[in-house]
Ligand binder design. Structure first.
Ligand SMILES: NC(=O)c1ccc[n+]([C@@H]2O[C@H](COP(=O)([O-])OP(=O)(O)OC[C@H]3O[C@@H](n4cnc5c(N)ncnc54)[C@H](OP(=O)(O)O)[C@@H]3O)[C@@H](O)[C@H]2O)c1
Length: 249
C-alpha cells in the first residue's frame, strides 16, 4: 500500500479466537486497520498496538447492543472519511446439549434457537445495513462466514446452527443482489473442519474420510476471506466458497 493511498479498514466480528484471529493477522499484515468486535474486552497480551483503540466490546446476541456497536463503529470510521472497505461477519455460536452432543430439531429449546439466529444470522444483516453508507462510500465488500453444516446434516453441528448458516447463505445471495447496484460485493465462505475450539471430539474420524485427509488451518480460511475483500475478486459477488478439503464432493 503506498503512502498516498488511504488506509483500508475492516470491521470483523468474532476476532478473539480461531478463524477471526487469523483474519486479523492476515489483514494487519497487508496494512489494513482492523476494527474488531467480540464480547470480551481487548486482551492486553495481544501484540497489535492499535488493538485496544480499534476493539469494540459487543454482545451480538443482544440486538440493542448491536445497534449501539453500529453507532460506535460509524463514529470511529469518521477519521477514515466515513469509509469501510470490508465487513466480515465471522462470529458464530454452535450450542450443544448438556452431554456435549448436537441439539437436534426436536430438543433444541426455543430460546437457544433464537439466540443462535440472533448471533449467526440477524447480527450480520444488522451490521451490514447499519454500515451500508460507509461500505458504499468505499465500494466495499461483505463476507459472511457460513458453514458446510448449512447445506447438509452434520454429525456434530446442531439444527439451529445449521439452519442459521443456511439462512445466512441465502441472505448472502439476497444481499449481493440488493447491495451490488451500490458497488458493494457480498460473498460467503463455508468452512468445513477447521482447527479451532468449535470442533467436537470425534472430528478426527470424520477428517479421515475427507479427500485432503486433514483439518483446515485458520490461516487458509483467512487467506480466502482476504481474497474476497481484495481487488483480486473484483467481479465476484453472490458466491459461497467451500473451504473444506473436498468435504462437499
Ligand atoms: N471451526 C470450524 O471448523 C468452522 C466450521 C464451519 C464454520 N465455522 C464458522 O466460522 C466462524 C468462526 O468459527 P471459529 O471456529 O473460529 O469460532 P470460535 O473459535 O468459537 O470463535 C468464535 C468467535 O465469535 C465470538 N462470539 C461468539 N459469540 C459472540 C457474541 N454473542 N457476540 C460477539 N462475539 C461473539 C467469540 O468472541 P468472544 O467469545 O470474545 O465473544 C469468538 O471470537 C463461525 O461463524 C463458525 O460458525 C467454523
Amino acid at each position: 500500500m503506498s503512502d498516498k493511498e488511504p488506509r483500508k479498514v475492516l470491521v470483523l466480528t468474532g476476532a478473539s479466537r480461531g478463524i477471526g484471529h487469523a483474519t486479523v493477522k492476515r489483514f494487519s499484515r497487508a496494512g489494513w486497520r482492523v476494527i474488531t468486535c467480540s464480547r470480551q474486552s481487548f486482551d492486553d497480551s495481544c501484540p497489535w498496538p492499535a488493538g485496544p483503540d480499534d476493539h469494540i466490546k459487543v454482545d451480538l446476541a443482544d440486538p440493542a447492543d448491536v445497534d449501539h456497536a453500529v453507532s460506535e463503529i460509524r463514529q470511529r470510521l469518521k477519521v477514515e472519511g466515513g469509509m469501510l472497505n470490508a465487513l466480515v461477519n465471522n462470529a458464530g455460536i454452535s450450542p450443544k446439549n448438556s452431554s456435549g452432543n448436537r441439539l437436534d430439531s426436536i430438543e433444541t429449546p426455543m430460546p437457544t434457537w433464537m439466540s443462535v439466529f440472533q448471533v449467526n444470522f440477524f447480527a450480520p444483516i444488522m451490521l451490514a445495513r447499519g454500515l451500508f453508507n460507509e461500505l458504499a462510500a468505499a465500494q466495499g465488500s461483505v463476507v459472511n462466514v457460513t458453514s458446510i453444516a448449512g447445506s447438509r446434516v452434520h454429525p456434530f453441528a446442531g439444527t439451529a446452527y445449521a439452519t442459521s448458516k443456511a439462512a445466512l447463505a441465502s441472505l448472502t445471495r439476497e444481499m449481493a443482489s440488493d447491495f451490488g447496484p451500490h458497488g458493494i460485493r457480498v460473498n460467503a465462505i463455508a468452512p468445513g473442519e477447521i482447527d479451532t475450539a468449535i470442533l467436537s471430539p470425534g472430528t478426527d474420524k470424520l477428517v479421515e474420510q475427507l479427500p485432503l485427509r486433514r483439518l483446515g488451518k485458520t490461516a487458509e480460511v483467512a487467506e480466502t476471506i482476504f481474497f474476497l475483500c481484495s481487488e483480486a475478486s473484483s467481479y465476484v459477488t453472490g458466491s459461497e466458497i467451500h473451504i473444506n478439503g473436498g468435504q462437499h464432493v
